[in-house]
Write a protein that binds this ligand. Structure first.
Ligand code: MV4
Length: 454
């Protein structure tokens, strides 16, 4: 087992990784920017290294500084968390070259899945249902036109280097397709320095359902069930839950088997997520694989009882999973609400000092946060303040616990998304599981947030 792990992240996920290390008896190194000198992950780590100025480009994203910090402190592994360097194949390669274990999949798999067009090809080859579309990236406009005519409009153009919704364009006709290809290519070139795009049939009003996968370094792969992640705005998720109310046991089994086939074909190691679109007609399609631990991993932990960060560390240390698919049991229902420092109507970021912070506990409650009274939500990083997670024997019980927590939660000094979360959690469509990726748009087009119960 590792003796010392460097945590190449900040905020709640850095704390989350710290606690896992402590429980495993592994000592910890926090890295931080100048803006985070007083942050809790720095306070609680065994050692800490300042790796640069506030801007993430110059600190948390600075590969050389992070590697240097690991070398200086003699860390034997790096946990990247999510975001920052988590899906940077080059970083994983540099770790390997420096004899520091990168806690995640191999550089080759990160690179393969980072190219969304290649990921699609490899899943197709593994027999995983994919959205009808181009084989590989588009060679020419003529090719795109012919393909779109064959599969039928609307179609969607996506950047191969994109993901998470960046660099996508929908086209409903031949004229729109011409423009879509050009703008998608220009956007992709600007954002990722690679202009390659691919084409898919556009699936209207889908759900986003993702499967949590775990693979060890001996070829064992399991799935830990699904997460329903449809409630999002501009590709930022607000509420996630497990299980997904739209899956019958039969459909769940088919999706899980597809996810397992995909992960096995990729020789997937460590934690990863296979994302599907679930169409209103019940058909499902692979869209992307994320090669990192995700923000919403706690809902899976709550329904399986597994500690995903500990599993990641054990796997990276070469240990076998030690259980099979049949050993994994699913219990009850879990929901996560992301509380962000944003205006609840405009979603404009609201960084600043938190003057008062309070949240209640109780059965089935988990709060993942690095925020506290007198703490700062910095304008330099993402605006996540806390993940409020509830578990219950039933969905209704989890929802009722969530409603109480959000009603009683106090965050003063900054604006937060608590009002919109409260509105979702009491909305009839949400309560009945009538959601899709367009759900929030529809909700926001409606009325005003409900008044506080308390
Ligand atoms: C799609 C789609 C419809 N049809 N692909 C957006 C993020 C990226 N992971 C893939 N995305 C989509 N791909 C086809 N062929 C609709 C979306 C999409 C979406 C997907 C998941 C969660 C939220 C979304 C919001 C808008 C669009």
């Amino acid at each position: 087992m590792f003796k010392k792990i460097l945590i190449a992240n900040r905020g709640e996920i850095a704390l989350r990784i710290l606690w896992a290390c402590r429980e495993l008896g592994i000592s910890t190194v926090a890295v931080h920017s100048e803006a985070d000198a007083d942050a809790l992950h720095v306070r609680y780590a065994d050692e800490d290294v300042c790796i640069g100025p506030p801007a993430s480009r110059e600190s948390y994203l600075n590969l050389s500084s992070v590697i240097a910090a690991a070398e200086i402190t003699d860390a034997d592994a790096i946990h990247p968390g999510y975001g920052f360097l988590a899906e940077n194949a080059h970083f994983a390669e540099v770790c390997e070259a420096c004899n520091i274990k990168f806690i995640g999949p191999s550089p080759a798999v990160i690179r393969q899945m980072g190219d969304k067009s290649k990921a699609r090809e490899s899943m197709e080859a593994a027999g995983v249902p994919c959205v009808p579309g181009s084989r590989g990236t588009l060679g020419s406009e003529v090719e795109a036109m012919a393909l779109a005519r064959k599969i039928g409009y609307p179609v969607i153009i996506k950047a191969a280097a994109g993901g998470g919704g960046r660099g996508m364009r929908i086209a409903r006709s031949e004229e729109e397709l011409r423009v879509a290809i050009q703008t998608a290519m220009n956007e992709a070139k600007k954002a990722f320095d690679v202009s390659d795009v691919y084409l898919e049939k556009y699936i209207a009003d889908p759900r986003h359902v993702e499967f949590q996968m775990l693979g060890d370094e001996r070829g064992n792969v399991v799935h830990l069930g699904e997460r329903e992640c449809s409630i999002q705005r501009r590709h930022q998720k607000l509420v996630e839950e497990s299980p997904c109310t739209a899956l019958s046991p039969k459909l769940r089994k088919r999706m899980a088997e597809a996810a397992l086939a995909g992960a096995r074909a990729a020789n997937y190691q460590n934690a990863g997520t296979i994302e599907f679109l679930l169409a209103p007609d019940g058909k499902f399609y692979f869209i992307e694989m994320n090669t990192r631990i995700q923000v919403e991993h706690p809902v899976t932990e709550m329904v399986t009882g597994l500690d995903l960060i500990k599993e990641q560390i054990r796997i990276a240390a070469g240990e076998p999973l030690g259980y099979t698919q049949d050993d994994i049991r699913f219990f009850g229902h879990a929901i996560e609400c992301r509380v962000n420092a944003e205006d609840s109507e405009s979603f404009v970021p609201s960084p600043g000092r938190i003057t008062n912070f309070n949240i209640s506990g109780g059965p089935g409650v988990r709060i993942d946060t690095a925020a506290h009274a007198d703490g700062i939500i910095s304008p330099y990083y993402d605006s996540l303040v806390a993940k409020v997670i509830t578990h219950g024997n039933s969905r209704q019980e989890a929802i009722s616990r969530m409603r109480r927590l959000l009603d009683l939660m106090v965050v003063e000094g900054i604006k937060t998304t608590i009002p919109v979360l409260r509105r979702i959690i009491s909305d009839t469509d949400f309560l009945q599981g009538r959601i899709s990726t367009h759900y929030l748009e529809r909700l926001l087009a409606g009325g005003k947030p409900v008044a506080a119960h308390s």
